[in-house]
Design a protein around this ligand. Structure first.
Ligand SMILES: [Zn+2]
Length: 62
């Protein structure tokens, strides 16, 4: 059985994080598991967000 892991790496998740995922006009509100490192990086990116695999992500649903 697969262990839970961070969406973006093999680390175990620190917490489920509410994020906005967007590309152009497409917007999606998701809750994703992130490890400490990726959660910190996403928080540091702030409202500008962070691009991963062609999509932008930021913390929060607004
Ligand atoms: Zn990670």
């Amino acid at each position: 059985m697969a262990r839970p892991r961070c969406l973006w790496c093999m680390e175990p998740p620190l917490e489920e994080v509410a994020v906005l995922k967007w590309r152009g006009e497409d917007r999606e509100r998701l809750t994703i598991p992130l490890c400490r490192k990726h959660l910190i990086r996403l928080k540091e990116a702030g409202t500008k967000g962070r691009e991963i695999k062609g999509f932008n992500y930021k913390v929060g649903w607004w």
